[in-house]
Design a protein around this ligand. Structure first.
Ligand code: F3S
Length: 410
């Protein structure tokens, strides 16, 4: 379909979902540019709107469907990309009709020509290194959209990084549904890949995306060796999902709580100044009160620096969708208690950093002014000064919130 765009067609892309999906948007932009289409940000100027969708939770699904409906009512020609196009095409057709045009992640997978764009407001680039995963989590719809693991050839990834660096990209987000699974389908695994990438010349920083405990535990020692480079943010996104072994088993996560604790210990032993980010699902159908309390205890024990909390929602076609759902008010209460606990922990961690000098990379201009920077552990640092994005700076932390630090340039 993208091939059919004639030069001069004005196209606006709206993106929902995760970094992998944002990476697919960059691929779509590269294809559009090669066809002479013109990217626009204002939909009133667009001949076509491409909506790159996500369907990870029921709430996101509803937001996407609402947006498709709005665009249709405004008389826009809409193309649907992303996970909904792959996993729930019937929902798209219900709104846009049987002849709705869709671009699935599968179609974009082979593309490694990525449109890296350094602007005055961002120096961030995304490189997808694999699609799909080796898991079979009972609640996950992404598997239907992105399938079994397929890793990109390491040389094509290195070339993509070289082109990003040549274009002035400074923060490179290595992304996949499970980065730790990279290369399980061929010879080069994530630690070797990371070493190859840090050998690329230039002043840039790599952020490794989400890594599942089950695959991470198999490579942790080699991976921590590969992280031992100034070019790698000491950021570890390891979603635990539950603090109850029984629930983890029901979810088919293939690890237990102690495995997760051991991973966190290994990371902190090696990199005491690092960010541990994790995810919890609250209200999984088989989660009883005592399981939720076990998740809370795990949160208190590990004290992750960052936590994403999702209320369970049944996704069509998954094993968990056939189970009796937890009451909405129970999910809401558990989610609130967990969020309050997390905020308290994160604020205490961040407050301890007040007065400390940090090295940061200014990566993006904030929407409300100021500049967003990242320190060596990928903590979010807000700078009041209007420094150029892309600069490496020494700053002093002057204040702290639960999700970011405030700092001044020294
Ligand atoms: Fe959403 Fe697909 Fe990412 S469901 S979270 S866009 S992999």
């Amino acid at each position: 379909m993208i091939d059919a765009f004639s030069p001069g067609t004005r196209v606006c892309i709206e993106t929902f979902g995760c970094t992998a999906n944002a990476g697919d948007t960059h691929k779509i932009k590269a294809i559009l540019k090669s066809r002479g289409a013109i990217p626009v940000t204002d939909i009133s100027e667009a001949d076509y709107v491409i909506v790159n969708t996500c369907t990870v939770t029921e709430r996101t699904e509803l937001n996407v469907l609402k947006r498709l409906d709005e665009l249709k009512r405004r008389g826009k020609r809409v193309i649907v990309a992303g996970c909904m196009a792959a996993a729930q095409p019937e929902l798209v057709k219900r709104i846009l009709g049987d002849d709705a045009v869709m671009i699935t992640p599968e179609m974009l997978y082979p593309v490694m020509d990525i449109d890296f764009e350094r602007t005055d407001s961002t120096v961030v680039g995304i490189i997808p290194v694999a699609m799909g995963c080796v898991g079979s989590c009972s609640y996950c719809i992404v598997k239907q959209a992105r399938g079994w693991l397929r890793s990109h050839d390491p040389n094509s990834i290195r070339k993509a990084l070289e082109s990003a660096v040549a274009k002035g990209i400074k923060e490179v987000r290595i992304t996949a549904q499970d980065c730790a699974a990279y290369g399980l389908d061929h010879a080069v695994k994530l630690p070797e890949l990371l070493k190859m990438l840090t050998e690329v010349e230039g002043d840039f920083r790599i952020r490794i995306g989400m890594m599942n405990p089950f695959t991470l535990i198999q490579i942790i020692d080699d991976l921590l060796d590969a992280f031992d480079s100034d070019k790698v943010f000491k950021f570890f996104h390891v979603p635990v999902q539950s603090g109850s072994d029984r629930v983890l088993n029901d979810m088919h996560r293939k690890y237990n709580v102690d495995d997760f604790i051991e991973i966190v210990r290994s990371i902190r032993r090696r990199f005491p100044y690092s960010t541990i980010c994790t995810d919890f699902i609250v209200g999984y159908p088989t989660e009883r009160e005592e399981d939720f309390l076990a998740s809370l205890r795990l949160l208190e024990a590990v004290k992750p620096d960052k936590v994403n909390i999702t209320r369970f929602s049944p996704r069509p076609g998954t094993e968990a969708s056939k189970l009796k759902d937890t009451l909405a008010r129970t999910k809401k209460t558990r989610s609130r208690i967990m969020a309050d606990t997390y905020r308290r922990i994160a604020l205490a961690i961040n407050k301890r950093l007040i007065g400390r000098e940090l090295q940061v990379l200014a990566t993006e201009r904030g929407k409300k002014g100021g500049v967003i920077a990242r320190d060596t552990a990928y903590r979010t640092v807000i700078l009041a000064e209007e420094v150029p994005v892309g600069s490496f700076l020494n700053v002093v932390v002057t204040d702290a919130r639960s999700t970011y630090l405030i700092a001044s340039v020294r």
